[in-house]
Design a protein around this ligand. Structure first.
Ligand code: F6R
Length: 609
């Protein structure tokens, strides 16, 4: 997730306007920043790694000349956060500048083709191919317009993008295009703007036009012209008046970042489906070779590891050890060795306990692999291979979208490993891949149908003194995560156990009205889980069940239930089954009057041991 913005002004310089707008988009990414403007037929660029304020201090982003320009604040996906990889990117002759938010899946093939034709690349990004493709398109005779060259280019791109292009060939225009990444236009009588999000231009205008997927837009001082990418047909659309307060706008109309991030999960899951196969394969190869595999993480990331250990075992027949990072050194520090592989999972890539485990593992010559949301973090620097999960910045302290994305990446790894080891049939692989591809849609359905229910259930149980969360098999991880969410933001003491273990002690807590959340996918554990529900009911517990749609048997036993769509395979079930529990925790916090984004005593990145 990156932030893009650009403008054409009737009067004055574009650069300071772009700089101020990028500051308002900084929540979308902040590892590098760059601007390009055109003045007197020449392209001017400033860019560097680092936060906007730091780059501005060192380079003065405001003194670029010209009344037309584009700017980008980056959250690295391809290529480390270095100056060379910061946007804008240019063609071979420095006449075309491109900024991009999204992921171009087929960039490696496109790059190879362009290099074979003599194009010289400077960065490691996927974006740079766009500038070179436009350059090529413009070489045709008779030369197309800039808009048509961009149109021809975007038809070659697979993946997600919102892009903006300026060129000295048509110095009074900006061409934008969108597919699965956000793009909006802002208009007033003195200027025209585009941005990833409305907040970028809200102080400048409240008249916005939302660009849809599959559309290309030409901006000039005359206004905007929208066409469909597929057939070049014109689209007419009137600006809408936006009445958001500025602080609401940053959250795109959501009252808190946490809710916004819960709702971003379908888009983030789609991003995980666009990861480069090469890295997944490489990681699967390392896992395959290891004598023992430790999955090391803290908090929510540890729960992703716990769930993953079931995936690796069930799909690839690989035993892995999920370990809480703060215990890793004590528990395994002496036994880890050259034949061990440590897969460290950390959203921030900076968690001190996780890094301490990685350090010990490295000292003992073990192989370190990383999964993180932060390219350029310490974890990416110390890992032999790492995967960036591409969820965009998560601002709410409680991890939500990064958790479900971690699960999606780990399930893809488990599937690759299973294939490598010949442990699943092609039919089963195809079936699981199809279900994995459907996860974003499944989560969309849950968000659409279960949010009201979460509000009602939160209202009903807001005064509960304690909660139980129980699940069997892979749903144990879901239970742990549901409990952590509720505890950390709504401050409700909660206990989670594998359901089978609850009768070995914890059940003594139960008295009439005690809320017990059961995670109930229709997998092999379903029957036994019903027994556990009965045990709790017999002691007067109030059952809140998360069930598959149409699971009448458990619905009849539960006081309250959430329903998730049918047919999600067991190994993928933590993604849909945690979603209603994230909403429940969120609305419990709201009911109790707490700010879910900034729970007391917690920090987003825990850099102390
Ligand atoms: C809980 C939460 C924390 C983090 C933990 C690890 O909602 O966010 O438990 O999961 O601090 O953080 P990372 O993944 O950055 O290593």
């Amino acid at each position: 997730m990156c932030g893009i913005f650009g403008c054409i002004l009737k009067n004055g310089n574009a650069a300071p306007v772009i700089h101020a707008a990028l500051k308002r988009l900084e929540y979308r990414g902040y590892d590098s920043v760059g601007e390009a403007t055109i003045s007197n037929g020449k392209l001017f660029i400033k860019k560097d790694q680092g936060k906007i304020d730091d780059v501005h201090k060192a380079r003065n982003l405001d003194d670029l000349p010209g009344s037309i320009g584009i700017g980008h604040t980056r959250w690295a996906t391809h290529g480390a956060p270095l100056e060379i990889n910061a946007h804008p990117h240019v063609d071979c002759h420095g006449q075309i500048a491109v900024i991009h938010n999204g992921i171009i899946e087929n960039y490696a093939d496109l790059k190879q083709e362009l290099e074979n034709r003599g194009h010289v690349f400077k960065s490691k990004t996927d974006t740079e191919v766009i500038a070179h493709l436009i350059e090529r398109a413009l070489e045709a005779f008779p030369p197309p317009s800039l808009a048509d060259a961009v149109l021809e280019t975007v038809k070659k791109l697979d993946g997600s993008y919102s892009i903006a292009v300026i060129s000295t060939k048509e110095p009074d225009k900006i061409i934008c295009a969108r597919h699965e990444s956000p793009l909006v236009i802002g208009v007033n009588e003195n200027a025209i703007y585009f941005a990833s999000d409305i907040p970028a231009f809200l102080p400048l205008t409240n008249k916005a036009v939302i660009v849809d997927d599959g559309e290309i837009v030409t901006l000039s001082l005359k206004g905007f012209e929208i066409r469909k990418i597929a057939d070049s047909s014109m689209v007419s659309r009137e600006p809408k008046l936006i009445d958001w307060a500025p602080e609401m706008a940053v959250k795109q109309g959501y009252p808190y970042f946490m809710l916004k991030e819960i709702h971003e999960q379908p888009a983030c899951l789609r991003n995980t489906l666009r990861l480069q196969e090469h890295y997944l394969d490489l990681m699967a190869t390392f896992l395959d070779r290891a004598r023992e595999v430790y999955l090391v993480a803290c908090g929510t990331s540890y729960h992703a590891c716990l769930a993953s250990s079931y995936m690796f075992s069930k799909l690839a027949f690989l035993a892995t050890y999920p370990v809480i990072a703060s215990e890793f050194v004590e528990q395994h520090g002496k036994s880890v060795n050259i034949d061990s592989t440590i897969l460290a999972v950390s959203q921030s890539g900076e968690t001190a306990d996780t890094l301490a485990s990685v350090n010990v593992a490295r000292q003992r010559a073990a192989t370190v692999l990383g999964l993180t949301n932060t390219i350029g973090s310490t974890l990416t620097r110390v890992s032999r291979v790492y995967i960036g999960q591409q969820s965009g910045p998560e601002i709410g302290v409680a991890a939500t979208k990064t958790f479900t994305s971690q699960l999606s990446v780990m399930s893809q790894l488990a599937l690759r490993l299973a294939k490598k080891r010949g442990k699943v049939s092609q039919d089963e692989m195809d079936y699981l891949a199809e279900k994995l591809n459907k996860l974003p849609e499944t989560v969309e359905t849950i968000l659409r149908t279960q949010e009201e229910k979460a509000k009602q259930i939160a209202k009903k149980y807001k005064d509960a003194k304690v909660f139980f969360f129980l699940g069997r098999g892979i749903s144990t991880a879901t239970a742990y995560e549901g409990r952590l969410k509720l505890m950390e933001i709504a401050y409700v003491p909660a206990i989670a156990f594998p359901a089978g273990e609850s009768k070995h002690g914890p059940i003594s807590l139960v008295e009439p009205g005690f809320p017990v959340v059961f995670i109930c996918p229709k997998d092999d554990t379903h029957k036994t889980l019903i027994g556990n529900i009965m045990e709790m009911k017999a002691r007067g517990a109030s059952i809140i069940a998360v069930v598959e749609e149409g699971d009448e048997e458990i619905k009849n036993l539960a006081e309250d239930f959430f329903e998730v769509p049918k047919g999600v395979p067991e190994v993928l079930s933590p993604v849909p089954f945690i979603t209603p529990l994230q909403l429940l925790a969120y609305y419990m916090a709201i009911e109790k009057g707490f700010n879910p984004d900034t729970p007391r005593n917690l920090a987003k990145s825990v850099t102390v041991k």
